[in-house]
Design a protein around this ligand. Structure first.
Ligand code: HSE
Length: 426
């Protein structure tokens, strides 16, 4: 049995998962890869920190040069996350002819071109299955299993933290802040939850999925992003009344040669499979012109699920090394991004108005004058000073909605436009 030495950069959740899987499934991995995989060094900040896994002290180092200069290390597994120093470490490692496995969505989404270009120039392999959807084999799926298809759309629930929060709000009536607190207590949300709740995490992941599905480079700047902090229990209640569930969806569609790229809270029919993806689970729904509708479902985070994707990549490198089958495609940024004003959707609009005669009529005419057709309207409650109006529109161009809302906002009887949520009738 041949031995292969690898190094881990980082020993957080994912790093621990990789360590555990390589020990737990040692024999299976030997058979499947043809190698005895040895973690010969692990880069950590603090060698003396107490850890809940049994990593021999001599394996730990706090000096990246120990790994970089060790020619016996053939694969570097980057699980530090973020840009600095992760990207620099990966580039330097590739220049020393080391193959890379990474779980780093931010690095791939924002520096993917540098990383892949270096991999190609240095003739090393670069794998990143764990960067999207944790243990779900979506990267491999798009790169290999679905290459026969022209992909029409990819719609994902790819952030477990926000899905956990929205699930608690939907099933148990919690408000956003209580649900977030619970997510933090369970270890899903971080102390500073901005990256998850404001949808930066989902935006990075959508960048990666879009590039793969549509063979192009997508810049994170071209993705419309809206988080879940403005979703109120009342919106969830109205959604239920109309037969919808609110999910944070990451959407990419190719329409008339243009890419529509957006991450935002979305109402979807409660009967759609994505509506039943609950808690911290992730799912990715794909439409291909040959395969039809497809959905992948699983754990999008966590030690072992993410570790599963990382170790799978290590085995792929070892197998491809023997067959010489690896290839890195360099993509061009040649896509036209659809302006959000020209996307077509249905909309849920919740407005607080003064309960004066003619208000509903006035607002309805503004919608009509701007080519927004109303499917239904609800006004609840007894006569009082202020009331809530909820409109559901037919399909319309977002620009029409924006024009209408600008006028409605300026009416003397409008107290507040409380929320506008897009509806996808999947
Ligand atoms: N913060 C991420 C999530 C974890 O909530 O899905 C993995 O990227």
């Amino acid at each position: 049995m041949r031995n292969v030495k690898i190094a881990l950069l980082g020993l957080g959740n994912v790093g621990k998962g990789v360590w555990k899987i390589l020990n737990m499934n040692k024999e299976e991995l030997k058979k499947r890869s043809g190698y005895n995989i040895e973690i010969s060094k692990v880069l950590v900040k603090d060698i003396n920190k107490n850890r809940d896994i049994d990593v021999p002290k001599e394996v730990l180092t706090n000096d990246f040069e120990d790994i970089l200069q060790d020619n016996s290390i053939e694969i570097v597994v980057e699980v530090i996350g973020g840009i600095d120093p992760a990207v620099d470490y990966m580039v330097k490692s590739m220049k020393k002819k080391k193959h890379i496995v990474t779980a780093n969505k931010m690095a791939i989404a924002t520096k993917g071109n540098i990383l892949l270009k270096t991999a190609r120039e240095e003739n090393v392999m670069f794998y990143y299955e764990a960067s999207v959807g944790g243990g779900i084999p979506i990267i491999h799926g798009l790169k290999e299993s679905l290459t026969a298809n022209k992909i029409e759309e990819v719609i994902g629930i790819i952030n477990g933290t926000t899905n956990y929060i929205l699930t608690k709000m939907t099933l148990f009536g919690l408000n956003f802040y209580d649900a977030l607190k619970e997510a933090q207590e369970k270890g899903y949300a971080e102390a500073d939850p901005t990256s998850d709740v404001e949808a930066f995490d989902a935006m990075y992941k959508l960048t990666i999925l879009s590039s793969l599905a549509f063979d192009t480079i997508v810049s994170t700047d071209s993705i419309y992003r809206e988080g879940i902090t403005n979703i109120k229990p009342i919106d969830i209640e109205y959604a239920k009344e109309f037969g919808y569930v609110i999910k944070l969806l990451s959407i990419v569609k190719e329409i008339d040669g243009q890419l529509e790229l957006r991450v935002h809270p979305t109402m979807i029919p409660s009967t759609h499979p994505l509506a039943n993806v609950n808690d911290s689970f992730n799912a990715i729904f794909i439409k291909g012109n040959a395969v039809g509708d497809l959905m992948l479902y699983g754990r999008g985070a966590g030690e072992l699920p993410t570790g599963s994707a990382v170790v799978g990549d290590i085995v792929s490198i070892l197998r491809n090394r023997q067959s010489g089958a690896s290839r890195i495609d360099i993509k061009e940024e040649n896509n036209i991004i659809k302006n959000m004003n020209s996307i077509i959707s249905e909309y849920y609009i919740r407005i607080t108005v003064k309960d004066n005669p003619g208000v509903l009529g006035e607002i309805s005419s503004i919608f009509g004058n701007n080519n927004v057709s109303i499917l239904s309207v609800i006004q609840k409650g007894k006569r009082q000073e202020k009331v809530t109006l909820v409109f559901i529109t037919h399909s319309t161009i977002e620009g029409n909605i924006n024009r209408a809302m600008e006028i409605i906002q300026s009416l003397k009887d409008t107290e507040k436009i409380e929320n506008i949520i897009r509806i996808e009738n999947l």
